[in-house]
Design a protein around this ligand. Sequence first.
Ligand SMILES: [Zn+2]
Ligand SMILES: [Zn+2]
Length: 248
Amino acid sequence: MSENIQTAAFFALVLVFEVLERVRPAREVDRWKDLKIDVFSFALAIAMNRLSNYTVTGFVNATAPAWMLGGWHALQGLPGGVRIVMAIFLVDFMIYWIHRAQHRFDPLWRTHAWHHSIEQLYWFSGFRTSFLHSFIYNIPQAAVPMLVFNLSPLEAGLGYSIGILIQFWEHTNIDVNIGPLKYLIITPAYHRVHHSTAHSRTNFGTTFSLWDRLFGTYHDPALVPATAPLGLGEPYDKKRMARMLVGV
Ligand SMILES: [Zn+2]
Ligand SMILES: [Zn+2]
């Protein structure tokens, strides 16, 4: 059931963002240039997501003590909607630090470099993540909703769909102004700063802009020219592509 919701949500989002990118593009993008690579990478990411989800879920079920699996008592009584929002918040905080560590430590950077090889951002390109990258991010994404917030598979599916929405949204090529909401959530322009060659050590946040502002890594998108080059600063070595895809 929850997998059907995820699939339906996914295709609805493809349609919405495809249209919005045609109506209000932020930059000129050649969608055909890296399409083959991105389709391949996307298929890998999906396979990895499924695989790690089952692995993490199985591992947690097998090893976590019963009191933990049952959720914390104070949290357990909260309505499903509140628990979903709290789970998103906590997972986002954890991923902020994982992401920062990926830019700090070389073995972790290897899991993330493939994502930064993107030179043209549009909704599909954002799914370019290495095998290990998907696995690492799936650990908090799968474990927190279940362990801490005791979400049902349906609620977790909903939370997961919101996560997919954000991944789409932040990588879209839309010129959009969301008003004061930009102080709360990340915009495509905000995340484009992180993908720029010159400022990749800023704007690590994935969902909320709070963490970057709080921990001193915020860079105002208005200060970065719209033509700032994206990517690693040099074309990736094609001979290393297999390793980059795996993330080692
Ligand atoms: Zn990054
Ligand atoms: Zn990205």
